[in-house]
Design a protein around this ligand. Structure first.
Ligand code: SF4
Length: 242
């Protein structure tokens, strides 16, 4: 969408402060490529939410979870609401009359963006309006050397501890992103309260420290114990990892 309609536009990346390192590298790469493609007439702004947690300002999803001792989940998706949509809406309110282009493609007409509606903003889906399918977009990205090449653990969720990641993605992190999975383990252990129950990043997984220990010895092993058909029905939001 930014390649086709980005000239003179401002792209917005809402940063939870807890995204994979790959995500930050990707944002830097596309920003540079789009500025070149549009001969300088393009800009990307990075927004960071400032959220209060128990009376204290925090600027990352990780800090929020740690202070609130509460993980996001499919049932309570405060991560997207507070760290993606709220900062975007705040930014949009400050722009006056404006248009927000959302990059759902012509194959995604059954999906809706998970955002509120602001009176000063006109919401548009230009790829759908002009009939660009997913394959058209992939072809265009390939032509410009911008086809995403995210690692296996980023199929869903730009954040390192996204509740929509599958167990297989967390298993891939153990082998491919050991420092990041260790941050996930530390967060899970810090975000425990005193109720005697062990709270997990993902409810139907073992404690992350046990999962990591099992997975370390399981590089080419049997992943079927972690397979969960219900994984397939989840996805993160339109503003996450897109
Ligand atoms: S990527 Fe996952 S954890 Fe991050 S904001 Fe989206 S749904 Fe929440």
């Amino acid at each position: 969408m930014c390649l086709l309609y980005g000239k003179g536009a401002t792209a917005v990346f809402t940063d939870t402060g807890s995204e994979h390192a790959e995500m930050y590298r990707r944002i830097d790469k596309v920003e540079k490529a789009l500025i070149e493609n549009h001969k300088g007439d393009f800009q990307l702004v990075r927004l960071r939410a400032s959220v209060t947690a128990k009376g204290e300002k925090v600027d990352s999803l990780t800090a929020y979870v740690e202070r609130m001792q509460f993980f996001p989940s499919g049932a309570d998706r405060f991560c997207t609401a507070r760290f993606k949509i709220a900062p975007l809406d705040k930014f949009l309110k400050e722009q006056g009359e404006s248009e927000l282009l959302i990059g759902l493609n012509a194959d995604e007409t059954d999906r809706e963006a998970n955002h509120g509606l602001l009176a000063n903003v006109q919401y548009r889906y230009p790829l759908q309006e002009d009939g660009y399918t997913r394959q058209d977009c992939v072809d265009l990205l390939e032509k410009h050397g911008l086809k995403p090449d995210f690692p296996a653990y980023m199929r869903r969720g730009g954040c390192i501890f996204c509740p929509f990641k599958s167990k297989k993605e967390y298993a891939a992190m153990v082998h491919l992103a050991p420092e990041e999975i260790n941050l996930v383990r530390v967060l899970e252990e810090k975000a425990q309260d005193k109720r005697g129950k062990y709270y997990r990043i993902r409810h139907n997984m073992p404690a992350m420290r046990d999962f990591i220990e099992t997975e370390k010895n399981n590089l080419f092993g049997d992943l079927s114990p972690y397979y969960d058909a219900s994984d397939e029905q989840y996805s993160c939001g339109v503003f996450c990892h897109r």
